[in-house]
Design a protein around this ligand. Structure first.
Ligand code: GTP
Ligand code: SPV
Ligand code: MN
Length: 585
């Protein structure tokens, strides 16, 4: 399938290490994928769902101890420890190759090694990058075939070129020997003892963020944990924004939102370009252009329903793989918490046990997921395949904060925007193993995904701002402010367009704002509340900037910044000083 000698040599080497019974190249054909589905159905790895209701859809259950990304077992293996920085786990490359080499040794015995040639970005685009993933999991092959562009045409495009080398083995799925290691200087990823999404679909977080962020810094572009969407106004003009929220904080939902009725009636539309990852470059016209390197959505199932995210739900109605959701045995379909108010009476939970709503446990894992083809999305952007991507008017940061962060605010400048991104904090979610609901700093939503020193990453953001004077404006949003009973005050979901509307207005110079110590905040009257069950006083409440809380926040930022030593850009020190000065005024 290829004459690329470096590729062939590497596969021989990895074969000698993992000792599979056979090697199968994935050509991307439907016939081959279907044969693999048949094989995985025989072993129970996937379950075929109702062909009439969910054509081409399958259910998979992971091991019980293997349901989310494992950040404490994820390593950046740069030669120098300093290059991984204070926020990443580091292992010396030699040590990592040796340690994981032992785990990979013979790990594919009795199994097949699949060779997956995949492209991140449209095949053949000058901005796309190619990876090869070797894996012993059919589930991984089937997921990669949805999430990326896979097959012979990728090898043809690769020719003799360079590629990211990814090696994955389920091995024995041992939690204590699970490792996700990145070797940015070798363009290499090794992942062992997991079978869950972000740990094993190596094109996604491992390549398109950790390795790509490193490449982007060297090559002058950015790889970000961002959705991309287009907002079309009644005149038919489309403005694009990219938004970085931490895992399970609303990217997929915002990326494909349905405008509230008052906006729909006026003719507003929203177009989804991407829901998780953006590769961003300075275009010929000096604007920042973003493209989505993925080809599908690996979305959070719980909470997805016909009201919260109808477009995501529609995307999962065919050709989709569901992971760790409830198996509805009444009609051989799937269910999850928050899908509807009719949990199946006859069902199996994500662990494979008989389950009913009265069981007292959740039927679907909180981090259960769907893997759906992007082309299924009713609002997929006509620019989705455009290799140049789309020009950005705004970049939006956001997190889950019960208090402190207002509904929305705008940075005074690019540098101030970088500061706002760098101090992002959010409550942890089920997307990674560990405690849920703990506030932690997650700069640019990249804490678990930056492939090098986070201080240098901040510097790269500052440097990108010096490349052009046509930069997008930067904002911060928080859909998650709660009242005294812990209920979300802002309705969220489709109604988030009301905030995007203000953001676009600010970019166009048509919307008003007031200056606060942290940046520009809308006046309550500047947000359209028509048709909403929210009073202007409630809105005022969530737009409020509490000096006391922000003074505390500034202390926390000092502590956080101290980690970065002299890697912290002076511009960010200055911004922190400005914030403190503003708070004292
Ligand atoms: P990853 O795929 O992990 O990167 O997550 P994501 O950022 O795409 O998050 P997603 O859109 O899947 O949302 C995660 C959870 O947040 C779901 O349970 C949603 O129902 C909930 N959520 C999303 N948007 C909103 C919102 O505007 N308000 C509220 N209250 N909840 C939201
Ligand atoms: C995330 O956790 O941000 C995800 C899911 O998008 S995973 O692919 O597991 O990283
Ligand atoms: Mn994500």
């Amino acid at each position: 399938m290829t004459k690329n000698q470096a590729l062939l040599n590497w596969i021989e080497e990895m074969k000698a290490l993992t000792k599979p019974d056979q090697v199968v190249w994935i050509d991307g054909s439907e016939a081959q994928l279907d044969a693999l589905r048949q094989e995985a159905m025989k072993t129970g790895e996937i379950i075929k769902l109702n062909e009439e209701l969910l054509p081409g859809c399958y259910l998979h259950r992971t091991a019980e101890n293997d349901v989310a990304r494992v950040e404490h077992r994820t390593f950046i293996c740069s030669r120098r420890e300093e290059d991984a920085g204070p926020t990443n786990n580091w292992m010396a490359p030699a040590e990592a190759y040796e340690k994981l080499g032992k785990l990979f040794d013979g790990s594919m015995q009795g199994r097949t090694m699949y060779v997956i040639p995949y492209s991140m970005g449209p095949v053949g685009s000058p901005f796309s990058k190619i990876g090869i993933e070797l894996t012993d999991s059919i589930y991984v092959v089937l997921n990669m075939a949805i999430m990326t562009r896979v097959g012979q045409h990728v090898l043809d495009t690769l020719g003799d070129g360079d590629f990211v080398k990814g090696l994955h083995s389920k091995a024995k799925l041992e939690e204590e020997n699970r490792y996700i290691c990145h070797f940015p200087e070798d363009n290499t990823i090794w992942s062992v003892n997991s079978g869950y999404g972000g740990n094993v679909l190596l094109g996604k977080k491992c390549f398109a963020l950790r390795i790509a962020s490193y490449l982007g810094r060297n090559e002058g572009w950015m790889a970000e944990h961002m959705l991309i969407l287009g907002i079309e106004n009644p005149q038919g003009e489309i403005k694009y924004v990219a938004a970085a929220f931490p895992s399970a904080c609303g990217k997929t939902n915002l990326a494909m939102l349905i405008p509230p009725e008052v906006y729909r009636n006026k003719g507003y539309k929203v177009w989804c370009v991407g829901d998780d990852i953006a590769w961003i470059r300075v275009g010929e016209d000096g604007r920042l252009w973003a493209c989505n390197p993925e080809n599908g959505f690996f979305g959070v199932a719980p909470g997805t329903n016909a009201k919260s995210n109808p477009n995501a739900l529609a995307s999962t109605r065919q050709g989709t793989i569901f992971t760790n959701v409830v198996h509805n045995l009444e009609n051989n379909t799937v269910w999850w918490e928050g899908l509807d108010k009719n949990p199946p009476k006859h069902a199996v939970d994500w662990k494979g046990n008989p389950w009913t709503a009265d069981s007292g446990v959740k039927g679907a894992h909180p981090n259960s997921r769907f893997t759906a083809p992007a082309k299924n999305c009713p609002c997929i952007s006509p620019e989705f395949e455009n290799p140049k991507g789309v020009p950005l008017s705004a970049i939006i940061f956001g997190g889950r904060r019960a208090k402190t962060a207002p509904l929305v605010y705008q940075a005074r400048s690019w540098e101030h925007g970088v500061f706002i991104g760098s101090i992002m904090a959010s409550e942890t979610t089920a997307a990674a193993t560990g405690a849920v609901g703990v506030v932690r700093r997650d700069p640019m939503a990249m804490l678990p995904f930056c492939g090098y020193h986070m201080g240098d990453y901040f510097q790269h953001w500052i440097d990108m701002g010096k490349k052009t004077d046509k930069l997008p404006k930067i904002f911060n949003v928080n859909w998650f402010r709660t009242d005294d009973e812990g209920n979300f005050i802002w309705p969220g979901f489709g109604d988030n367009l009301r905030v995007l509307d203000w953001i676009i207005g600010r970019c166009e110079g048509t919307a008003d704002a007031v200056e606060t110590p942290i940046g520009f905040v809308p006046k309550a009257e500047d947000i359209n509340l028509e048709g909403l069950n929210l009073t202007i006083d409630q809105l005022r409440g969530i737009l409020e900037v509490d000096r006391g809380l922000w003074t505390e926040e500034a202390k926390g930022i000092h502590e956080f910044y101290a980690k970065f030593g002299d890697h912290l850009p002076q511009e960010l020190r200055d911004e922190l000083a400005t914030l403190e000065k503003n708070l004292q005024k």
